[in-house]
Design a binder for this molecule. Structure first.
Ligand code: FAD
Length: 108
């Protein structure tokens, strides 16, 4: 089975970076595809307990694919729910902190 921590870091990097560069005003096609990408995760993510937590989480908080601000915040909040469950600190979900980490600042 995959290393859940390594997989998690790689997946969050992909998701937060994709959200950071998602258009402010996405086309209907871009919105539909983002929604499909996110809805695929609870079905395909190769950590089954992670996937089922995410499924529950997404039922309470449906994805916001309206634009990069809403999407970035939505994703940050979902990530914070995992952080909380794992006893980690919460990340500041303001767009300034998110852009500094995932768009403008140095990446890892
Ligand atoms: P990560 O949590 O991987 O974070 C990487 C970097 O993202 C951090 O260093 C920080 O700079 C930044 N960051 C942190 N929080 C936020 C935020 N809220 N918004 C934006 N950026 C942020 N692991 C489990 O053990 N159990 C689970 O149920 C579980 N569910 C998961 C569900 C999903 C959808 C994903 C993608 C991962 C899940 N993981 C789960 C993995 C877990 O979230 C971490 O990726 C893993 O524990 C490694 O943690 P880390 O401390 O290296 O940093």
């Amino acid at each position: 089975p995959p290393d859940v921590e390594k997989l998690g870091r790689a997946t969050w990097t992909f998701l937060h970076t994709t959200a950071a560069y998602y258009p402010e005003r996405p086309t209907p096609n871009q919105r539909a595809n983002m929604l499909m990408l996110l809805r695929s995760l609870p079905i395909l993510y190769p950590c089954s307990h992670c996937a089922s937590h995410l499924d529950e989480n997404m039922k309470t908080s449906p994805p916001d694919v309206s634009g990069r601000l809403g999407l970035s915040r939505w994703l940050c909040e979902r990530h914070n729910e995992v952080n909380e469950r794992l006893g980690k600190g919460k990340f500041d979900c303001g767009i300034k902190s998110l852009d500094e980490r995932w768009k403008d600042g140095p990446s890892d």
